[in-house]
Each structure stands twice: as structure tokens, then as C-alpha cells.
Design a protein around this ligand. Structure first.
Ligand code: NAD
Length: 468
């Protein structure tokens, strides 16, 4: 059984305890990883703290190191994509895309500038706004895009001059540990530390006295715990949390034009994307043909082990999530919803759930009101666009949303009224390393990516020099 090491102070650490990792396509343990102890976490934090002064000194030296990291990720070791598929469940080609995306994000972020803004420079004085690193960053990631979401934190945190201790989800620790192994000899000791363990390790990181910032991606419930744990020490926080993204189809849209894009906006990564489409509002007149088309697409999607050729949708990543999606669909059935297609688990090993389209459902049912984070899409009829918009916004979530129409200007008007961080027209999941990504309301605090995300890893200093 393969084993992996943590990276602490530039060294491989096997750890004094280990824990198994399950392949969701088989439901069986296939690898073991360290279960970081308190002492090992303290070592990682101390190493990051010790490395900070030297690392924070020279932006161009940091950029050079990050460019070398990007080069290493551009030709990743054989087996990284397979490991990602085995620990996460996604199809192998998608695992390769996640690795290339991670490279792309890292490469872009390494090119960013950290601005010094001069507000005044005359005989009276000189005033400039500087951006200083914070210190040690504690980074915590979820299990849907472990590598990519890790890079979203590592790259800007390090470029800004911080050092980092990162912990992946216990469901998908392997590729982040491998990333540590790949970058270990490139990054100076202590600058990048990778530890693995369960939820308690995350909690220990957020209450640890050393980090000055917590960068967290995960659920709303855990995000609130992170915020509470950060408060007594006034640690800075960025929270990237859950979503319940609406897609609103306007009456002038054509089912044939939009259905496939909406389907994959919902079912990409088996629906396990924070900003996947989680509910669709469709004009009453278009309801029946839209259900039929989405149902056909769901039936036609190839579900299976991500290592098998041609598979488009893998298993759910873990047993709790498998149970949750099952529970939400059963609850919808009990509330009179109509299962157009799917609606059940696949017989056999692994956490496979049939791609499911649910009609005859509306707001007030858990599958619509909560974040399902899985392959079950509720489709809701409406008669009035303003009413659809009101229902789309009637939630604590506010990550992203989309509006679909033949008239992009009209759709943009409606999309602008969505209460969310990213409002898309005739597309969904449109992200880029140069675009800030974050949530309104309970979907988060702060943003990641682009210059905005980078500045989230800094603090302002006003340098104010009197000359007369
Ligand atoms: P989760 O909140 O259960 O876990 C996320 C991470 O937090 C894991 O590493 C976990 O071990 C750790 N953790 C758990 N309890 C903790 C605590 N008390 N203190 C500190 N850390 C703790 O989330 P998940 O189930 O892994 O991921 C799914 C969720 O993540 C969904 O809600 C999804 O929408 C969200 N998500 C958001 C984004 C975004 O960018 N907004 C991206 C991906 C996923």
C-alpha cells in the first residue's frame, strides 16, 4: 500500500501515526497517510515562523522560486493524476486538467505585482501605501479540488511573503502531500509545510497561536467555526464557503441552446463544486421540454470508475456525502417531487449515485433550499422573472449564479440583480486566475485569485514621511 510523507521544515516526515484513505470508486482503503500529531503540527508552525523573516525580504527572489515551482508542476510526476482520481473519484482526464489548472494558476499568480501606491511626493512630504505580508498562514482545503484549491492559497500566500502550513481534507490528502514532495527541494525549508489529518487538526491550526491568517475553503458550518476560532486572536480570515447557485432561464432562451451547458454546469465533478448549478428556474412554458432534455443528458452521461476510459461522472467522494445526497433526494420524493431520471444509488461497490433530474419541486424542500453538492438537480418552474429572481436570492448563500437568454444584455440586467459574488450570463463556472472569486452572504468572506486575492494575504502600511 503506497505511503506518503508530510513536509515539515523542508523534510519528509512519515509521522508517528497514520490513517487510511478510501478510494470512492471501490469504497476500500488504498493508501495510508500520516495523521499529524500536536507535536508535529507545532514543529510545522515553528518552522514556518522561523522561515518568515528571510522569505518576506525579497519579492523577486520569491517570484523566482514560485516560477521554479510552476515549472515542476508543468511536468508533474507520473502517477499524480491517477492518485487524484483514486482519492477524489473524478475521471482521469479531469484529474489531468486539475493538475494543469493548478500549474496555470500558479504560473499566473507568480507574475503578479505587489503595488506600492505613492499618494504624495513633494516638498512637504512623501506618503506611500505599502502591502506587507502577515506572517504564517494556516490553509485548510476541502475534498472536491484538493490540488487546485491548495494552489489558490499557496501561490498568493507565498508570493506576498508569507510562509504557510497547509492541511488538505482527510478524504483527499494524497495529492497535496505529493505536491509537498514535489516542491520540497525547490522552496526554502519551512516556507511551505504540508500536514495531513482530520477535522481536529484543522481546529488545532485555527486556534494555534502562531498563524496570523487563516485561509479556509469548505462548508458554511465549518467556516463559522473557523471564524469563531480566529476571533480571540484576531487572526485575519478568508473564507470560501458553500453555495446554492441558481440558474435562471429567461423565456426567450431555447432549450436546445442552453440545456447541455446547464447540465454540465450542474454535474461537472459529480456536482461537487461550490459554484455548480444547484437549482434551475425555468419558465412554465418551457418546463416540460427542459425536463425532458436534462433527463436525456443525465441518462446519457457515462458514470463509472474515473480510471476507466470514457467515464464522465465518477462516484461521490465520500460516504457522508453519498448518504447526504441520498437523503436529500429521498426527502424530495416524500414531498411529492417527480424523479425524471436517476434518483437512486448504483448497485455495487463505491459511492455511485445515478445522475438525477428532479421535477415537480419548489422552494421549501431541502433539495432546493440546501446545498446538495452532488449529482441531483432540482428544476423549478416559474411564471414571472422578478419572482424567479426573488426566489433565487431568498437564501443565505451567495456564491454565484447564472442567467440564460438569447439576449445577453437583458440577461446581464437580470444577472446584475443576483446577490452573489460571480454573476454569469449564458455560462456557469467561468473562473480564471485573474478573476476574483468569493461569496456574498454566508458563502464567504474575502476573495481568492487575481490581484484582489493576493492582497488578501497582505496588510496595509502607510509610510508617511514629513519633509518640512
Ligand atoms: P468541510 O467544511 O467539512 O471541510 C473542509 C476542511 O475543513 C477539511 O480539511 C476539514 O478537515 C477541515 N475542518 C473540519 N472541521 C474543522 C474545524 N472545526 N476547524 C478547522 N478546520 C476544520 O467541507 P468539505 O465537506 O470538505 O467540502 C465541501 C464544502 O466546501 C461545500 O460546502 C463546498 O461548497 C465548499 N467549497 C467551497 C469552495 C469555494 O471556493 N467557495 C470551493 C470548494 C468547496
Amino acid at each position: 500500500m503506497p505511503e506518503f510523507t508530510m513536509t515539515i521544515d523542508g523534510k519528509a516526515v512519515k509521522g508517528s501515526k497514520s490513517v487510511g484513505v478510501i478510494n470512492p470508486a471501490t469504497g476500500k482503503e488504498f493508501a495510508r497517510v500520516p495523521d499529524c500529531t500536536t507535536e508535529e503540527l507545532n514543529q510545522a508552525m515553528a518552522a514556518a515562523q522561523k522561515a518568515f523573516p528571510a522569505w518576506s525580504r525579497d519579492l523577486e527572489a520569491r517570484r523566482k522560486v514560485l516560477n521554479e515551482c510552476a515549472a515542476a508542476l508543468q511536468s508533474p510526476p507520473e502517477g499524480l493524476a491517477r492518485m487524484l482520481t483514486q482519492e477524489q473519484g473524478k475521471p482521469l482526464d479531469k484529474a489531468g486538467q486539475e493538475i494543469m489548472g493548478s500549474w496555470y494558476w500558479l504560473n499566473y499568480t507568480a507574475s503578479l505585482q505587489i503595488p506600492v501606491e505613492v499618494l504624495q511626493d513633494n516638498a512637504q512630504g512623501h506618503i506611500e501605501i505599502r502591502r506587507k505580508p502577515l506572517g504564517v498562514v494556516a490553509a485548510i482545503t476541502p475534498w472536491n479540488y484538493p490540488l487546485m484549491l491548495g494552489i489558490w492559497k499557496i501561490a498568493p500566500a507565498l508570493l506576498a511573503g508569507n510562509t504557510i502550513v497547509i492541511k488538505p481534507s482527510p478524504f483527499t490528502p494524497i495529492t497535496t502531500l505529493m505536491l509537498g514532495e514535489i516542491l520540497r527541494d525547490i522552496v526554502p525549508p519551512g516556507v511551505l509545510n504540508v500536514v495531513s489529518g482530520g477535522d481536529a487538526l484543522g481546529a488545532a491550526m485555527t486556534s494555534h497561536p502562531i498563524p496570523r491568517k487563516i485561509s479556509f475553503t469548505g462548508s458554511v458550518a465549518t467556516g463559522k467555526k473557523v471564524a469563531a476560532a480566529a476571533a480571540p486572536d484576531l487572526k485575519r480570515i478568508t473564507l470560501e464557503l458553500g453555495g446554492n447557485d441558481p440558474a435562471i432561464v429567461l423565456p426567450d432562451a431555447s432549450v436546445d441552446d442552453v440545456a447541455t451547458k446547464i447540465f454540465w454546469g450542474a454535474f461537472e465533478n459529480c456536482g461537487q463544486i461550490c459554484s455548480a448549478i444547484k437549482r434551475v428556474y425555468v419558465p412554465q412554458a418551457m418546463y416540460a421540454p427542459m425536463l425532458e432534455k436534462l433527463g436525456e443528458l443525465a441518462k446519457g452521461a457515462k458514470v463509472g470508475n474515473g480510471l476507466d476510459a470514457g467515464v464522465q461522472i465518477g462516484p461521490l467522494n465520500n460516504k457522508p456525502q453519498y448518504d447526504r445526497v441520498t437523503e436529500l433526494v429521498e426527502d424530495a420524493k416524500q414531498h411529492g417531487a417527480k424523479i425524471v431520471t436517476g434518483g437512486k444509488r448504483r448497485v455495487g461497490d463505491g459511492y455511485f449515485y445515478e445522475p438525477t433530474i428532479v421535477g415537480g419541486i419548489s422552494d421549501g424542500v431541502r433539495l432546493v433550499d440546501e446545498e446538495q453538492f452532488g449529482p441531483a438537480l432540482p428544476v423549478i418552474p416559474y411564471t414571472d422573472v422578478d419572482d424567479a429572481l426573488r426566489r433565487a436570492n431568498a437564501t443565505h448563500f451567495g456564491l454565484s449564479g447564472s442567467v440564460w437568454s438569447k439576449d445577453p444584455e437583458r440577461a446581464a440586467e437580470v444577472a446584475g440583480k443576483l446577490e452573489c459574488g460571480s454573476a454569469w450570463v449564458n455560462q456557469h463556472l467561468a473562473m480564471g486566475p485573474n478573476l476574483p472569486f468569493g461569496g456574498a452572504k454566508w458563502s464567504g468572506i474575502g476573495v481568492e485569485n487575481g490581484p484582489w486575492g493576493l492582497l488578501g494575504f497582505t496588510e496595509i502600511q502607510v509610510l508617511n514621511v514629513a519633509r518640512s
